[in-house]
Design a protein around this ligand. Structure first.
Ligand code: KG4
Ligand code: ZN
Length: 337
């Protein structure tokens, strides 16, 4: 079955074609309009999706070497995400499904990040534990079967990617923060300062990243502009180290508690090389396997939506054309409509 995957939940417009074995194309158009604002401006995001979605579809079809009439099903992200951005993708997908007379299925964006691992490593099978770590989400999910998810812990305030973005903004490093902090951190001194790690009480697998962001802010205020500039790399390195330590230790703990033989990572922060390296080291010691998709499949993309959609559509599920955005959709409330 040739499935089109459409993803517009945040600031990436992406369309992909997947035939159940191979990703035939995965075109992503990232919006640059938000850079100067230090974060995503929702109204600008939905307008930018509208402007490019037709040409992104055309490129995806061209690269896959197919035409519209070859499409046999459509998957589209219906939540969580920004209301206006989700609406653009959903309306576009519904119009296509109606005109082509093919089934449509709404896909949970978070489940898409889980499927990115399956597409990248076809040998992956449940049970496993996945750390979903992006700009909007940070949670640990136990996957016992495809389509059955249990959240073991989630952030109580900022997502890890959001913390990278906010710290980059206060250091004057621009948006998105993750890549630039990672780059600065490569040259930083880890013994410069120890920022707080929030492990929370009673062995909780929940996260909290607002404290570390405040700690960086207080430190920067204390040392002033000149010294902050001098120690930019050190601050970035110590901040990154603190966030990663908590992510790795809680994910390891989740894997040990469930007895899962492997761990996956999904979402934009999974691009981070230090996170991947630290996670591998810690899991190797426990003889737990690790799967991480390539960077293009960690950040938001249509292929992960097409992968999940292929699973549901070939299993006989589909959504009605009354499907509407669910801004706060979460796992495990994955009732496919
Ligand atoms: O999954 P994604 O593309 O979009 C959301 O669903 O949020 O993730 C984007 C997030 C941003 O917060 C960005 O700063 C972060 O992923 N990110 C990184 C890196 N690359 C992207 N964080 C840390 N290190 C990176 N190399
Ligand atoms: Zn995402």
């Amino acid at each position: 079955m040739i499935v089109l995957g459409i993803e517009t939940s945040c600031d990436d417009t992406s369309v992909a074609v997947y035939d159940g074995e191979k990703i035939l194309s995965n075109v992503v158009s990232t919006q640059l309009v938000h850079k100067s604002f230090g974060g995503i401006v929702p109204e600008l995001a939905s307008r930018a999706h509208l402007t490019v979605i037709n040409s992104v579809l055309k490129s995806a079809l061209d690269q896959a070497g197919i035409t519209l009439t070859d499409i046999e099903g459509i998957g589209v992200t219906y939540g969580p995400g920004l209301a206006g951005s989700l609406l653009v993708g959903l309306s576009f997908a519904k119009g296509l499904a109606m005109s082509l007379n093919v089934p449509i299925i709404g896909i949970n964006h978070l489940e898409g990040h889980i499927w990115a691992n399956k597409l990248a490593s076809p040998e992956l099978e449940p049970p496993f534990v996945i750390l979903l770590v992006s700009g909007g989400h940070t949670q640990i999910v136990q996957v016992n079967e495809w389509g059955q998810y249990l959240t073991m812990g989630r952030t109580r305030d900022d997502a890890a990617g959001e913390a990278f973005d906010k710290v980059a903004k206060l250091l004057g490093l621009g948006y998105p923060g993750g890549p630039v902090i990672e780059k600065c951190a490569e040259k930083g001194d880890l013994s410069y300062i120890k920022f707080p790690r929030a492990y929370l009480k009673n062995g909780s697998l929940d996260f909290s990243f607002s404290g570390i962001k405040t700690a960086v802010l207080n430190h920067v205020k204390k040392i002033g502009e000149k010294e902050t500039k001098e120690h930019l790399n050190d601050i970035a390195a110590c901040f990154q180290e603190a966030v990663i330590e908590v992510l790795v230790n809680k994910t390891k703990e989740a894997a040990l508690r469930t007895g899962a033989p492997s761990v996956c990572i999904g979402g934009g922060v999974a691009v981070n090389k230090t996170l991947k390296q630290k996670m591998s080291e810690v899991l190797n010691e426990q003889r737990i396997g690790i799967f991480v998709p390539p960077p293009s499949m960690c950040t938001d993309n249509g292929a992960m939506i097409a992968g999940a959609a292929h699973f549901y559509l070939t299993g006989g599920s589909s959504s009605s054309l009354s499907l509407s955005p669910e801004v706060s959709l979460n796992i495990p409330n994955l009732n496919q409509p």
